[in-house]
Design a protein around this ligand. Structure first.
Ligand SMILES: [Mg+2]
Length: 291
């Protein structure tokens, strides 16, 4: 088509063939436009189709992790390698008030961030959070709830560290694991919370009365169990009095509550005089505001 004179008619064609050739050339030009259009369209769409097909295929491997509807969602966040972490930062044994208050501050921040939280209970390096039964947080997807909450909690822990430990730098990275469990009834949530406190200290039966106003979880703590915190208090007091760790362990082997109280008495410690935060743990919940 370098020379427009020969457009639709190649040079040297006998005149008799000219009408046919012009017709054929014309048809061929029209179809070329059409075929190029189809090619261009196919090239444009192929990528999209491939992505769509492969994304559906790849997505089919994702596991549905939606939590049961109409159940309490309990989220437990727990410190990872906190023995080493507390040694490194010289936390007081067995209870470091500032470290516990930092955990409580993180729990309070959680309540500000996640409006569907109704109750929480924390001891040592762990905190359990109860979401209301009707929550639709992240469409009740466990992995989303776990990852969002635990990363939020950890970030608050780091950000608020200096508020509680102005004299100490963070020397290692704190991290927490988390899990969700669904409980269908309030009674089972109470039993769950009692179990967490049981790991801690329950000998002060009935004194651990925490009253979340809207949800009747208060009696969670009327449950008697093992006295872990009392053991720890004894253990560390014996260490303070000059025993080695194995000597203290041997001294406490097989002792009952009464014996441990006697040991503490000899060391001039009355376990029930210790601050409640040490003996019972902490709760954060929404209270009713009276105007
Ligand atoms: Mg723990």
């Amino acid at each position: 088509m370098a020379n427009s004179k020969y457009f639709l008619l190649p040079a040297g064609v006998p005149l008799a063939l000219a009408p046919f050739l012009v017709l054929f050339e014309l048809i061929s030009y029209c179809f070329r436009a059409l075929s190029l259009g189809i090619r261009l369209f196919a090239n444009m769409m192929a990528g999209h189709s491939l992505v769509k097909i492969s994304s559906e295929y790849v997505k089919s491997f994702e596991v549905e992790d939606k939590l049961m509807p109409s159940t309490w969602i309990v989220l437990r966040i727990d410190g990872r390698h906190f023995h080493q972490f507390s040694d490194k930062h010289e936390f007081k044994k067995p209870n470091d008030e500032r470290a516990l208050k930092l955990m409580n501050a993180c729990a309070e921040a959680m309540f500000e961030e996640f409006p569907d939280l109704v109750f929480s209970y924390g001891v040592s390096d762990e905190y359990s959070f109860v979401f209301k039964k009707t929550t639709e947080l992240y469409n009740r997807r466990s992995s989303k709830i776990v990852s969002m909450t635990v990363s939020f909690f950890t970030s608050v822990y780091v950000m608020k560290w200096k508020d509680f430990f102005p004299d100490k730098d963070l020397k290692s990275i704190p991290s927490f694991d988390a899990r969700t469990v669904c409980y269908p009834s309030t009674k089972i949530v109470r039993d769950y919370l009692a179990w967490r406190q049981m790991n801690f200290d329950l000998h002060l039966l009935g004194k651990g009365v925490f009253i979340p106003t809207d949800y009747k979880l208060a009696t969670a703590f009327s449950f008697v169990g093992h006295i872990n915190n009392q053991y720890n208090t004894c253990f560390w007091k014996l260490i303070e009095s000059g025993m080695t760790k194995s000597e203290a362990q041997n001294r406490l082997k097989g002792t009952q509550t009464q014996h441990k109280n006697e040991i503490l008495f000899q060391l001039e410690v009355n376990h029930s005089d210790l601050p409640a935060i040490f003996r019972k743990g902490s709760c954060v919940f929404r209270g009713k505001v009276t105007e």
